[in-house]
Design a protein around this ligand. Structure first.
Ligand code: GDP
Ligand code: IMO
Ligand code: MG
Length: 423
């Protein structure tokens, strides 16, 4: 049985959590395949907002299985807090949440290395969420990582201590001032490990293969966005995992030919949180309006998100890399009330007009070239049917579909589960 895949096409925060929640009823299994608690996936239903960082966004539905895959990095302390929030909502996760033994753990020292590394970079910092993501993936690829399955070995503490020692040397190497109480951090970590150890660990690739053989529908949930991919994003201003479709294969152990639909999510405009190039970024009242109406503040760090027009060059690139089969356009409501809406259709670059992403999009000669569309004034947040959307929004949608040569299957008109138009 094939697997469907859902991932972000921009710099993250496209609304993946919302759509996974909306689609969960069609699947038996929801599986996160990469990233860690740098992610913040927001779900809104029954007038309440829920933010998930590590746990798949299918967790609020009954009789579903949620898997934290091998490609994910887990901070036990953050996971513990997420579980506590679920308990407050009366969600019983004991049967519905399964964790891959091969997932790597974020140790307190990973977070400190992240902080030291960022501090040492000064104005060139990545703008990391400081959740220890980079250092944990470094240990994974450096073959020094600490995995969930290690906790089943009675000598796990020795492995932990060895790694901690190595990390402490590295932290000292950076020679920057960091304010922390390590004993407190470690105490909190050990406490959280006990909670983690009470959860169900699985050989997730084997589990998934068996479910595939049974014909169970599976949805793979991505984190971050394609432009934050370690290989294809705006390096070095990226995260440390493959956020693109290939990441689902390595992050869950599924073969490329078992993937069927690739749902690509994008905002009707663009946002980015953290440092790095962003050709269509706005510094004017249009950008401020997007930020305000779109409530563009990070779900994990609360930092303001930078805002700008839709970048079709970048979007085409993401669609190609991922093999997107269906598009989902989010936050269309945020564009209501703009007199005109712009879309970047090519770049001026070193004296030429190009329509691809060059090696270095931070090159100061790179300027976006825009096409302009008439806006719409209507409030669309209560619209349920595609046909009832304003004519100019429908024109915008069909223009994008034509340019990208991929159908837009969902138009989202508000944060709530119900504010979702299936085309
Ligand atoms: P994710 O990381 O991709 O899951 O996205 P985030 O949850 O970080 O950010 C998306 C934000 O937009 C959240 O606050 C959502 O509640 C909100 N949101 C999602 N879809 C829509 C929409 O169509 N309209 C509006 N106004 N907000 C939306
Ligand atoms: P979701 O899943 C938006 C950004 C950070 C920073 C860069 C590296 O909610 O879409 P890291 O913590 O990985 O070292 O940060 O990546 N970033 C995100 N931006 N949404 C996310 O996840 C992100 N996860 C990381 O802001 O620029
Ligand atoms: Mg987010």
């Amino acid at each position: 049985m094939s697997i469907d895949l859902l991932l972000g096409l921009q710099w993250g925060d496209e609304g993946k959590g919302k759509i996974v929640d909306v689609l969960t009823s069609k699947y038996k299994i929801i599986a996160r395949f990469q990233g860690g608690p740098n992610a913040g996936h927001t779900l809104v239903f029954n007038n309440k907002k829920h933010v998930l960082h590590t746990i798949p966004s299918g967790i609020f539905h009954e009789n579903k299985i949620n898997i934290i895959g091998n490609g994910v990095v887990i901070d036990p302390v953050i996971l513990k807090n997420e579980l506590k929030n679920l308990e407050l909502e009366g969600i019983d996760y004991n049967q519905s949440l399964l964790i891959s033994r091969k997932a790597h753990l974020i140790l307190p020292t990973h977070r400190l290395i992240d902080a030291a590394s960022e501090k040492s970079k000064g104005k060139n910092k990545i703008g990391s969420t400081l959740k220890g993501i980079g250092p944990t993936y470094m240990d994974k690829t450096g073959r020094n990582g600490f995995r969930v399955g290690d906790l089943e070995n009675e000598n796990w503490n020795e492995k932990y201590s060895e790694l901690k020692l190595k990390h402490q040397k590295l932290i000292n190497f950076y020679n920057v001032d960091l304010d922390y109480n390590f004993d407190e951090l470690e105490k909190e970590f050990f406490k959280a490990l006990e909670i983690l150890k009470s959860l169900k660990f699985i050989d997730s690739e084997e589990f998934i293969h068996q479910e595939q053989d049974k014909g169970s529908p599976i949805l793979a949930e991505g984190a971050q966005g394609s432009l934050l991919d370690i290989d294809f994003g705006t390096y070095p201003y990226v995260t440390s995992s493959n956020t693109t479709a290939a990441g689902a294969c390595t992050g869950l152990g599924v073969s490329p030919n078992s993937i069927k639909e690739v749902f690509g999510i994008f905002k009707a405009y663009t946002t980015r949180v953290g440092s790095g190039p962003f050709p269509t970024e706005l510094f004017d009242s249009d950008g401020e309006r997007m930020s305000k109406i779109g409530n563009e503040f990070g779900a994990t760090t609360g930092r303001p998100r930078r805002c700008g027009w839709l970048d079709l060059v970048a979007l085409k690139y993401s669609c190609k890399i991922n093999g997107v089969t269906k598009l989902m356009m989010m936050k269309s409501d945020v564009l209501s009330g703009f007199n005109s809406i712009k879309v970047c259709t090519s770049y001026e670059y070193r004296g030429s007009n190009i329509n691809y992403l060059p090696y270095d999009i931070s090159d100061s000669s790179l300027k976006p070239i825009y096409e302009e569309f008439k806006g719409w004034g209507e409030d669309i947040t209560k619209i349920k049917e595609f046909n009832d959307l304003p004519v100019n929004l429908k024109k915008y949608i069909s223009y994008l579909e034509k340019e990208l040569e991929i159908p837009i299957a969902i138009v989202s008109v508000g944060p709530d589960r119900t504010q979702t138009i299936i085309v």
